[in-house]
Design a binder for this molecule. Structure first.
Ligand code: ADP
Ligand code: ADP
Length: 221
C-alpha cells in the first residue's frame, strides 16, 4: 500500500491551511505532529475525502502499484471522539457496523471474532459499551475502523484520555495493524512517537517542516 500526496494546497477563503504539502507513505506508523492550527485536521480530512482542495493530488496505490479508485474500501478512521450506542454490547456494536459497511453475512461472525482478538476485546465482547473503560472504548473504535480491512488507518489523538496501562495496550494493537497498513497517528503524546512511530511528520502553518524516519530524529535526543 502506498499513499502519495503531491503539492496539496487547501485554502479556507483567504486562509491557507495546507501549503504545497507533499508526502509519501508506505506501511508503518506516521506520527502527525504540530501545534493547533498547523493543518493536521485539514490534512486528515483531505485524505479521507471529507473536504476538497484547490491544488495538488492524493493518490493511493495497491501492493502491485496500481492506483486505487474507491476510498470506501481502503480507509479506516477513528475520530478523536468516536460515538457508540451505549446500550449495545461490544459484539452488537461490531455486528451493527459490519452490517452497515456491507460485509457479507457468511463472513461477518468470523471477521468480528478476528477483529475482537486483534484489539484484545474478545473476553469482553458481551460487556455493554457504557461499562467500558476509556482504553477499551478506543480499542473498540479501532475494531470498528478496521472491520472492513482498510489499508490506511487514521487515528486522531487516540491516547489522550488513556491511563499509562491502557496506552500501552492501545499502542500494541496499532503496532500490529501497521505491519500491513499505513497508520496515520495524530498525537501530542511524546511517548506515542518515541515508542511506536516509524516516521515523524511535523506540520507548521500548513507546511511540512519535518518528514523523517523516527531513528533519524531520535538519534540526536
Ligand atoms: P484539532 O483539535 O484537531 O486541532 P481544531 O480544533 O483545530 O482541531 O478544529 C476542529 C474543527 O473545527 C475542524 O473541523 C476544523 O475544520 C474546524 N475549524 C478550525 N478552525 C476553524 C475556523 N477558523 N473556522 C471554522 N472552522 C474551523
Ligand atoms: P490543526 O488540526 O492542526 O489544529 P486545522 O487543520 O484545524 O489545524 O486548521 C488549519 C488552519 O485552517 C487554522 O488556521 C484554522 O483556523 C483554519 N481552518 C480550519 N478549518 C477552517 C474552516 N472550516 N474555515 C476557516 N478556517 C479554517
Amino acid at each position: 500500500m502506498k499513499l502519495v500526496i503531491e503539492n496539496l494546497t487547501k485554502k479556507y477563503k483567504n486562509k491557507v491551511a495546507l501549503d504545497n504539502v507533499s508526502l509519501s507513505m508506505e506501511n508503518g506508523i506516521y506520527a502527525l505532529l504540530g501545534p493547533n492550527g498547523a493543518g493536521k485536521t485539514t490534512l486528515i480530512y483531505s485524505i479521507i475525502g471529507l473536504i476538497t482542495y484547490q491544488q495538488g493530488s492524493i493518490k493511493y496505490y495497491d501492493d502491485q502499484n496500481m492506483e486505487m479508485e474507491s476510498l470506501y474500501e481502503i480507509l479506516g478512521y477513528l475520530p478523536q471522539y468516536p460515538s457508540f450506542y451505549k446500550n449495545f454490547s461490544v459484539y452488537e456494536m461490531l455486528l451493527y457496523i459490519a452490517t452497515l459497511k456491507g460485509l457479507k453475512k457468511n463472513i461477518i461472525k468470523e471477521r468480528i471474532s478476528e477483529v475482537l482478538h486483534e484489539v484484545n476485546l474478545w473476553d469482553d465482547k458481551n460487556m455493554k459499551i457504557k461499562a467500558l473503560s476509556g482504553g477499551m472504548k478506543q480499542r473498540l473504535g479501532i475494531a470498528q475502523a478496521i472491520i472492513n480491512h482498510p489499508r490506511i488507518l487514521i487515528v486522531d489523538e487516540p491516547t489522550a484520555g488513556l491511563d499509562p496501562k491502557e496506552r500501552i495496550r492501545f499502542r500494541d494493537v496499532i503496532k500490529n495493524i501497521s505491519l500491513n497498513t499505513i497508520v496515520i497517528f495524530a498525537t501530542h503524546i511524546v511517548s506515542d512517537v518515541e515508542l511506536i512511530a516509524t516516521n515523524i511528520i511535523l506540520l507548521k502553518s500548513g507546511k511540512v517542516i519535518l518528514d523523517e524516519k523516527r531513528e533519524t530524529v531520535f538519534q540526536y535526543i
